[in-house]
Design a protein around this ligand. Structure first.
Ligand code: FAD
Length: 486
């Protein structure tokens, strides 16, 4: 039987969401088969879901500007609207005569119900409403263990998923798009009116100097990584003082590049990198898949302990310690360097994320949700799945989590992973002159050493806000309480 293609005679709407790209975009490819395409992005001011944090709003502004340029170049300008997606999409159908709406699945449980309702409503009116995969390498609610349950442990999850991944070829971007007649007169808002950029003060200078939001920036970063940093990734990825990782996380978080595109580039690029480096890098992307698998199957992951034993954990409400952590003034140099890297650039090295998260939840006994929230607001790669899953992993309350009693010693972590102190010197300039021997424990330095390094503890740099040994004992005692209850 011949497929009915009469709907292709009408325009199609492609609803951009967390997929700000034209390459490997199934929804855009589907829409491009129609006689005309109406691309729209909706700044959702109504409905469920957590508002984007400030750093991601900065990113969104620039990423949308880049997408808008790319779509303009292809022929169909991006329409910007704000409000309730469902109402706005029906209005746009009326104005444009579209018969179909396509979008890529975001997998964020916060939006699932509204998306399904919208799809059903559109279909009930005889319209085509279709969503596509692309943001992930797997469908998180479909992949399951032999006993039919979602995975809870990373290694078997990745073993099950990895063999399939090779078959997923990214889709080519359309070479051009046909706009609807009079497309430039369609009502559209401007990015400026959404006020996504910080003013008074504008704290985004460090982020602008570190990142190029948008699809082109994502592909440039991938190419640079494959050429310059892939080799040795396995050994160097844990050293925060060197630029050794891909830095693709904010681009992935905004859907400017897909994991399938990254895997394809890994296959196609003749790098000098050992196969082990490629395998390791793919595994890291696998952690992102695992985090989404956990979130899709546990929608409360950002709010609720995965392990309910932690519901009785005696967290402290210590606003002074929290402020010191947020500002990078704890007196532990590697922790402070991480928190300042985050504040300045909107990103923090993975090893240091683990150190600062451990410090907050174990040394300061502050609830992981408080830390997750701070990261949510300040990270350009803030992602509901990876952020929540990682915080729970460090806190000990998560699936396949690090055991609570494994408490990082921030001095030893610093000495091991930032042996020369380069990372600390870069982000904690008041310690720049400290010799290597004391860079991670300035309080242990003799007075003449401090004087030569121009460090006055308690004045130019704080004393440690907690003593490591006492804090460790306190954390273990707190953990003992919930262990005994269980
Ligand atoms: P690379 O080493 O180049 O890795 C490539 C990609 O693999 C990353 O871009 C990322 O998509 C994925 N990846 C790597 N490590 C992890 C990991 N442990 N978990 C999940 N995905 C991973 N990552 C986010 O993308 N968003 C977050 O909000 C986030 N919050 C975190 C909070 C805490 C407390 C911790 C410990 C980790 C968090 N991570 C988060 C994971 C990780 O730190 C970042 O993905 C990584 O540092 C990004 O840098 P990169 O792109 O250079 O990584």
């Amino acid at each position: 039987m011949e497929r009915d293609t009469s709907h292709l005679q009408d325009p199609a709407i492609v609803w951009f969401r967390n997929d700000l790209r034209i390459g490997d975009n199934e929804a855009l490819v589907a829409a491009s088969q129609h006689c005309a395409v109406v691309p729209v992005y909706i700044w959702q001011t109504v409905g469920t879901g957590r508002a984007l944090g400030a750093a991601r709003q900065w990113w969104l502004h620039h990423s949308l500007a880049s997408l808008s340029n790319d779509l303009e170049r292809l022929g169909a300008p991006l329409v910007l609207l704000s409000g309730n997606p469902s109402d706005l999409i029906f209005d746009l159908i009326k104005t444009t005569g579209a018969s179909a709406v396509y979008w890529n699945r975001g997998y964020n449980p916060a939006y699932l119900e509204a998306d399904s309702a919208l799809k059903a409503e559109l279909q009930a009116q005889g319209l085509i409403a279709e969503s596509f995969a692309g943001q992930l390498l797997h469908e998180p609610t479909k992949l399951c263990t032999g006993s039919g349950t979602p995975y809870k442990v990373y290694s078997p999850f990745w073993r099950a998923l990895e063999p399939d991944v090779e078959d997923r070829l990214p889709r080519q971007a359309p070479e051009s798009l046909t706009p609807i007649p009079g497309s430039s007169t369609l009502p559209s808002e401007t990015l400026e009116t959404w006020r996504l950029l910080p003013t008074k003060p504008d704290w985004s200078g460090g982020m602008a100097g570190s990142w190029t939001p948008g699809e082109a920036g994502a592909h440039d970063r991938l190419a640079d990584f494959l050429e310059d940093r892939m080799q040795g990734y396995t050994d160097r990825r844990d050293i925060p003082g060197v630029d050794a990782t891909s830095g693709l996380s904010p681009h992935l978080a905004s859907g400017e590049i897909t994991p399938a595109q990254i895997f394809e580039a890994l296959k196609n690029t003749e790098t000098d990198g050992a196969p082990a480096d490629r395998t390791k890098f793919r595994k890291e992307i696998g952690w992102r898949e695992f985090a989404w698998h956990l979130l899709a199957n546990n929608p409360a992951l950002p709010e609720k302990n995965h392990n309910s034993k932690f519901d009785n954990f005696p967290w402290l409400n210590d606003s002074r310690a929290l402020k010191a952590w947020q500002k990078g003034l704890t007196g532990y140099p590697v922790v402070d360097a991480g928190m300042r890297q985050l504040w300045q650039t909107g990103w923090m090295h993975n090893r240091v994320r683990m150190i600062v998260a451990s410090f907050l939840t174990k040394h300061l006994l502050i609830d992981w949700r408080t830390g997750e929230d701070w990261f949510w607001d300040t990270l350009v790669d803030a992602d509901p799945a990876s952020n929540a899953a990682s915080w729970q992993w460090v806190a000990g309350s998560g699936a396949d989590a690090a055991p609570y009693f494994r408490i990082f010693n921030p001095v030893l972590q610093g000495e091991r992973f930032d042996a020369e102190g380069d990372y600390v010197r870069r982000f904690v300039p008041e310690l720049a002159q400290m010799p290597k021997k004391f860079i991670h424990k300035p309080w242990a330095a003799p007075e003449p050493v401090l004087a030569t390094a121009n460090v006055r503890l308690g004045d130019t740099y704080p004393h440690p806000i907690v003593d490591h040994k006492l804090a460790r004992d306190r954390a273990l005692a707190a953990y003992q309480q919930i262990k005994e209850v269980a």
